[in-house]
Design a protein around this ligand. Structure first.
Ligand code: PAF
Length: 299
């Protein structure tokens, strides 16, 4: 299968690199990462190891492939969608954090847009070298739920590349479950500057679990069947599997970059407001991260 991974930072490079063991992959990334991969290949270290030679470019315009895998930050989805629309794809799959990505992609792209979640831990160590810091899984399917031949085809292409992949008929619920995972792990690890495993221990565990539970409550208000204990179990599973990972939000804070807090905790706060539900923990976490972003003149 021809696959373009659009936004190959840490996660996109791990996933794209693993897919390149079986498929014809092009990474769309920033320089100097793109130039290094194009010249010397991509080295994956850690929990998964490979040295692969995907194509790599900074120019995502007018590409064509069977599948576009989108791994840009949530706040870059619109611009990614506009660039992808200059090319031609049989399908697109979002493996991003946060909510609202698939509708934005679908507004711009004529092909089917699949929803997906990825719970791998990944760190871009240096140009051309990425570390897999936790083996998770990919879950994908039609964004409105149900089954589709396109989702089945993508799932069958991912499995032989060594990506543990589930094709799911309940993607709306899966997206909320992943949102609960991110709402628990990301802001807490970013504010406390700790690895994911720390959110399983006191004193962070209470805050993180409460953020995940609040997210489940909002999901239910939106008609999604996600129980509190299912949300906290998912949060605990991912935090344990990626215990030594620095979350993407912590990596962003350390690098002085804008974070995805608006699409994670901020989204929970917005939807809770619309439903008349109180989510004080998500509100506090979102406010603290947004204050940090303002202090850095980001966002
Ligand atoms: O954003 C992240 O870092 C990831 O979604 C996850 C799965 C929480 C691993 O750190």
């Amino acid at each position: 299968m021809e696959i373009v991974v659009f936004g190959a930072g840490s996660l996109g490079s791990v996933l794209g690199g693993l897919l390149a063991r079986e498929h014809d992959v092009t990474l769309v990334a920033r320089d100097p990462h793109a130039a290094t991969v194009a010249a010397d290949g991509l080295l994956i270290e850690g929990a998964r190891e490979a040295h692969v030679r995907p194509a790599a470019t900074t120019d995502g315009e007018a590409l064509s492939a069977d599948l576009a895998v989108v791994t840009v930050k949530a706040f870059d989805t619109r611009s990614a969608a506009e660039t992808l629309a200059t090319g031609s794809y049989d399908a697109a799959l979002s493996l991003q954090n946060g909510m609202g990505n698939e509708p934005t992609l679908a507004e711009h792209l004529p092909c089917p847009v699949l929803a997906g979640t990825a719970t791998y831990g990944a760190v871009l160590e240096e140009p051309g070298r990425v570390r897999c810091t936790g083996v998770g899984e990919v879950v994908l399917g039609p964004r409105e739920g149900g089954a589709s031949a396109v989702a089945d085809r993508v799932g069958s292409a991912f499995d032989p590349a060594g990506l543990k992949t589930t094709v799911a008929a309940d993607m709306p619920r899966r997206l909320w479950e992943k949102l609960a995972v991110n709402a628990g792990i990301n802001p807490v690890t970013a504010l406390a500057r700790v690895e994911n495993g720390a959110v399983l221990e006191p004193p962070a565990a209470d805050v993180a679990r409460t953020a995940a539970r609040e997210t489940a409550r909002v999901a239910r208000a939106e008609g999604v069947d996600l129980a509190d204990d299912e949300a906290t179990a998912a949060f605990e599973r991912v935090a344990a599997a990626t215990a030594e990972n620095e979350s993407s939000m912590l990596q962003d804070v350390r690098a002085g970059r804008r974070t995805e807090v608006a699409a994670i905790s901020g989204y929970v706060v917005d939807r809770a407001g619309a439903a008349g539900i109180e989510v004080p923990t998500n509100e506090t976490l979102a406010a603290a991260l947004e204050a940090w972003e303002r202090g850095q003149n980001l966002g």
